[in-house]
Design a protein around this ligand. Structure first.
Ligand SMILES: *[C@@H]1O[C@H](CO)[C@@H](O)[C@H](O)[C@H]1NC(C)=O
Ligand SMILES: *[C@@H]1O[C@H](CO)[C@@H](O)[C@H](O)[C@H]1NC(C)=O
Length: 231
């Protein structure tokens, strides 16, 4: 009788003791590994294009599902939130480079993705002609986090200049289209994927303003951290 009461006590108390420690631990380690601040090791939150730069205003956290941080997996995700590769492989403009403080110095963008207007195949051609949202991708060595320079640009007749306030506008449009649950469809594998994207606003990493910023367009100093989980 006595021993069975004791057993019941442990059976009830032990799991809650264990889960109490399990809940508090991972939270601390998680934040630290979203990315490494480039400026800690000689890098910058501005990429480089002929001396001036564009803000790296969105970061895809290294805590995202590993598949999302691969070249193909990220393209699948980008398609699910309304972006795609450039029109017929056409690339307008010179590549930009970024120094992410990861020991590699200034490294060219790996790709440019453009708003696809929901039209498979030719949507990004429309973006190239009419202007719209687009971003350059810079992966951080070591962490695998993806740094994006997002901006909304004018049409081709205005030689793809950034619209007034185009860094913040482009960033916020991308975030608005990404946060929450989005369903992607990979036609080549006939596979649906559900992405859950969670937003964290980061301040204090880049000073607000237009110092060193391309086209003299100010940004508000907020970096959007997106953590993307495949469900
Ligand atoms: C980066 O792009 C520039 C311009 O196209 C090119 O000259 C340079 O070789 C590239 N750098 C690397 C390391 O690929
Ligand atoms: C991030 O900032 C935007 C704009 O100020 C705000 O609307 C949003 O609620 C914030 N989100 C989080 C998760 O803090």
């Amino acid at each position: 009788m006595y021993s069975s009461t004791l057993l019941t006590f442990f059976a009830l108390a032990l799991p809650s003791l264990l889960s109490a420690t399990a809940v508090t631990k991972p939270v601390v380690t998680k934040r630290a590994a979203d990315f490494v601040n480039p400026t800690l090791a000689g890098g910058s939150w501005l990429d480089s294009s002929a001396g001036l730069g564009e803000p790296l205003n969105v970061v895809i956290s290294a805590q995202s599902s590993p598949e999302v941080l691969t070249l193909d997996g990220f393209l699948q995700y980008a398609q699910a939130i309304g972006f795609n590769v450039e029109c017929l492989g056409l690339h307008l403009g010179n590549p930009q480079s970024a120094n992410l403080g990861d020991g590699r110095g200034w490294v060219n963008e790996t790709e440019v993705l453009r708003e696809s207007f929901g039209i498979p195949g030719v949507g990004t051609c429309l973006e190239s002609l009419t202007g719209g949202n687009h971003f350059r991708v810079f992966p951080q060595a070591g962490t695998g986090a993806l740094f994006l320079a997002v901006s909304k640009e004018e049409d081709v007749e205005d030689s793809h200049n950034i619209v007034p306030d185009g860094y913040d506008i482009g960033r916020d449009l991308l975030v608005a289209g990404a946060v929450g649950k989005k369903i992607g469809f990979d036609a080549s594998k006939f596979k649906f994927t559900t992405y859950n994207t969670v937003l964290t606003n980061l301040t204090g990493l880049i000073a607000p303003g237009s110092d060193g910023v391309n086209h003299g367009i100010a940004q508000d100093g907020v970096i959007k951290l997106l953590t993307v989980t495949i469900e």
